[in-house]
Ligand binder design. Sequence first.
Ligand code: B12
Length: 210
Amino acid sequence: MTDYNAIQETLVNLDEARLLQLVNDALEQGTPAGDILNKGLIAGMDIVGEKMENEDMFIPEVLMAAQAMGKGVEILKPLLGAEDTAARGCAVIGTVKGDLHDIGKNLVAMMMGSAGLEIHNLGVDVAPGTFVEEVKKKKAGIVCLSALLTTTMPAMRDTVNAIVEAGIRDQVKIMVGGAPVTQAFADEIGADGYAADAGSASKMAKALSV
Ligand code: B12
């Protein structure tokens, strides 16, 4: 039986080598990659978030945890949700202006990629105009906006408005997500879809791209 608590604790304790060992051990035991991700790494990152809020962990430590998690995800990547490879369309994804959080956005990009979409990942701190340019350049059918801070949620609205002002709103579906984002907020800013996690995001993208 995989000890998910041990994976969470090693992430919180920033013991990267042990963390990667536990991830590999879990895979060898036949634990599904999605469970290791959700019950181990993401649950561990939630604890890191609580500690950050309570000032038990600080930015440099949170960054180290994020890096360790990233390496764990790299191990799991080839095993996560590889469904089919036929291209289903093209999606542009990025974290909005002012926001540097990219772990969740990269997970969404990875899951959508393995669901057969061609993904253009613009990175973090992406200005509304850059989203517009890239959607036009790539002729993307979907644009995905990620925000992890309440202070950067308005940049999502700015991006939706920029897409409308550029006259391309009817050519692209807009999906939004990130911990503080809700369905109500998505509706308010005029997005086409909201999903709470990478798995549902990938399903929604498939539905929107048909
Ligand atoms: C790691 C982290 C950091 C790292 C980021 C490293 C990196 N490369 O991403 C660093 C140290 C840089 C950082 C910095 C800061 N952070 Co920070 N950070 C976190 C932390 C602990 C984890 C975030 C994470 O990766 N979660 C794991 C992933 C898998 O989950 P996720 O991002 O939510 O993504 C999932 C879903 O939301 C969804 N999703 C995500 N994007 C999208 C997009 C679409 C289209 C869809 C459909 C779905 C979707 O799918 C994902 C996968 O399932 C959170 C706490 C938390 N529990 O969220 C705080 C947190 C987000 N940070 C916070 C803060 C305050 C900051 C700082 C302002 C701190 C400071 N004083 O400097 C800075 C801001 C820097 C900036 N300008 O962006 C606060 C935000 C509070 C708020 N309500 O606004 C949080 C909540 C911590 C807290 N409890 O106080 N942080």
